[in-house]
Design a protein. Structure first.
Ligand SMILES: [Zn+2]
Length: 282
């Protein structure tokens, strides 16, 4: 039985089920990252649900001390699973968060976490940072945590929640893998804005008509025309496509190339050059 993506979970996670399938593939290859950013506008609860599934699998009594590649689905019945479901597990997850009266996470909180991590534990410890955006998890506490993320204690996993991965400090982000979470309950999340609709129309115009042109020429004409849109409008269009792809879980490489294109646009690379660099449009 697959550890994360057994069929029962398909109903619970619907749009995000492919993330669990991805984690299955990671385990199978013994390649769980040290740290993941659960990124996206979805609710804290939705991210916690995914974190809970990960924690249950890693700590289920049936998986204790097993190599990652041999882990099974969580049983939901052993004491560890039940503790996690009831939020009363004594050792995991460890939560790194700001105090209620403070806007940011304090360096002292990071040090306290590191102290806890330095003690040995029979459990696989999952560390959750519910607000990893730089407005809350700022430079000093983030720097204090870098080494722990980079060279983690054995059997620890960091899960950082962000609303937008562009709000996570680069030093942290470069040490994490990013999992994009799609909101489960929000409707119309992928409704195209007026300008995005316009770009989609232009795409249609060249790609469904003009049968006499080669794909290369169609793309060239398409790029020629949409390069006139503003940087923000292009990013909006990319985001629309990225969300659409995630919902239908087509191609990770296309998502990555669009994310890269967004970064280039943000660093003021000429829009036409950016559009030409997207393999899909070539
Ligand atoms: Zn269990």
């Amino acid at each position: 039985m697959k550890p994360f993506s057994e069929s029962e979970l398909k109903n619970t996670f619907q749009k995000n089920f492919h993330l669990l399938e991805f984690l299955d593939a990671c385990l199978k290859k013994n390649q769980l990252a040290n740290a993941y950013i659960l990124n996206g506008e979805s609710s804290l609860e939705e991210k916690q649900d995914i974190a809970l599934e990960i924690n249950k699998v890693l700590n289920c009594r049936h998986n204790t001390q097993k190599p990652l590649s041999e882990m099974q689905a969580a049983c939901n019945e052993c004491d560890s699973c039940r503790w996690l479901i009831n939020k009363e597990h004594p050792k995991t997850p460890l939560i790194l968060e700001r105090e209620e009266t403070s806007k940011t996470i304090k360096v002292a909180a990071v040090q306290k976490l590191q102290e806890q991590l330095s003690q040995s534990s029979p459990y696989f410890r999952v560390i959750i940072i519910p607000e990893a955006d730089f407005q809350v998890f700022s430079k000093h506490p983030a720097n204090a945590l870098l080494k722990s993320i980079e060279e983690p204690h054995p059997r620890t996993l960091f899960l950082l929640f962000s609303r937008s991965k562009y709000n996570v400090l680069g030093t942290i982000k470069s040490r994490c893998q990013i999992l994009n979470i799609v909101p489960e309950h929000e409707e119309n999340i992928n409704e195209a804005s007026e300008k995005t609709s316009k770009i989609l129309e232009i795409y249609e115009k060249y790609h469904t008509h003009h049968d006499d042109f080669s794909l290369q020429i169609k793309n060239k004409l398409f790029i020629e025309e949409i390069a006139k849109f503003s940087k923000e409008e292009l990013i909006d269009y990319f985001d629309y496509q990225i969300n659409k792809i995630q919902v239908s879980k087509i191609s990770i490489s296309f998502i990555e190339s669009l994310e890269e294109a967004k970064l280039k646009l943000n660093s003021y690379v000429n829009p036409k050059a950016v559009l030409n660099s997207i393999e899909f449009f070539r």
